[in-house]
Design a protein around this ligand. Structure first.
Ligand SMILES: Nc1ncnc2c1ncn2[C@@H]1O[C@H](COP(=O)(O)OP(=O)(O)OP(=O)(O)O)[C@@H](O)[C@H]1O
Length: 294
């Protein structure tokens, strides 16, 4: 699979009044074209910093990000972001249709812009809501508008930062299924940051588990769940339950004990596997040194 996104040995250190703070360190992974990859990690570990560097908003201190082979040096033209807080990302004084058209205003002519926005609203089930204003819609509908706006842009990569965290559980399930449907129908490449372990397994082709700050990749788990996924049967399946437990364990302890290592078929990130091996060797050597000293 061609790498759409490549994050290589990425590191970022914020310089503040109280000194330097390294938010991410030696973080590497790739996302293939058409893949949906979820990122989970402990609170404050550096997930937003990662998204900011990928979207070109923050220039990383170390390492590199490239989007279909081109180094990201500013905000790439073919990237769209959906944030958690739809109420702040939509303009209340613009109609739903105009909100969706907004990012296209300088790059796409008027007629085409209208057509693309109408089409994107149809994809998210809001074909009839174009003339309404965001404040006339429910939270879930507003987030659908935010997704339509991102899709109308036809991004090569869609970044989503906790996209469904502000809606109720029922709506969350509906939006998760909407995202799966969109990515299947339009072959979209998606990177989703989420705090919800179940959601990461339900949505992802892969789940990247990050360590505590500074964030690096602890494990890169492949999700071998059949499509189409279903909110009841998929979540009941043994594979789902096993993966959910694996992600939870990885998040709780930061690194898995040997017994908790990813099962065959799932792999830890390359750098992390090397680090575990080095740690194990050091432990063995320490034990041997202690025995000799006795
Ligand atoms: N502009 C900044 N200046 C200095 N430190 C920052 C800045 N932005 C983030 N940090 C620090 O970097 C670390 C990672 O922050 P970040 O927001 O990337 O984490 P996160 O995983 O997205 O957090 P959460 O899970 O709470 O959303 C935190 O310790 C945070 O305080």
């Amino acid at each position: 699979m061609t790498a759409m996104l490549e994050v290589a040995a990425l590191g970022h250190t914020y310089q503040g009044k109280d000194g330097a703070h390294t938010a991410i360190d030696d973080l590497s992974f790739t996302v293939g074209a058409g893949e949906l990859v979820c990122v989970v990690g402990p609170s404050g570990c550096g997930k937003s910093t990662l998204l900011r560097t990928i979207s070109g908003l923050v220039r990383p201190s170390r390492g590199a990000v490239s989007l279909h082979g081109n180094a990201v040096k500013g905000v790439p033209d073919d990237l769209a972001v959906v944030f958690q807080d739809y109420s702040r990302s939509l303009f209340p004084w613009l109609s739903v249709q105009k909100n969706v058209e907004f990012p296209l205003r300088s790059s796409v002519g008027r007629a085409k812009r209208r057509a693309r926005a109408a089409e994107a609203l149809e994809w998210v089930g809001l074909a009839a809501a174009g003339r309404k204003y965001p404040w006339q819609l429910s939270g879930g509908m507003q987030q659908r508008v935010a997704i339509a706006r991102a899709l109308a842009y036809r991004p090569a990569l869609l970044l989503m930062d906790e996209p469904f965290a502000s809606v109720d559980a029922q709506t969350r399930f509906e939006l998760e299924d909407l995202l799966l449907k969109i990515r299947t129908e339009h072959d979209t490449t998606v990177l989703v940051v989420t705090h919800d372990i179940d959601e990461s397994v339900y949505l992802g082709d892969r789940v990247l588990v990050l360590s505590t700050s500074p964030a690096s990749v602890v494990a890169d788990l492949r999700v071998d769940l059949p499509a189409p996924r279903d909110q009841i049967t998929t979540r009941e399946s043994d594979v789902f339950v096993g993966l959910r437990a694996e992600v939870a364990r990885l998040l709780n302890v930061g690194k898995p004990s040997p017994a908790r290592r990813p099962a065959p078929g799932r792999r830890a990130a390359d750098g992390q596997a090397a680090r575990w091996a080095a740690e194990e060797r050091a432990e063995v050597e320490r034990g041997a040194a202690q025995r000799l000293a006795r």
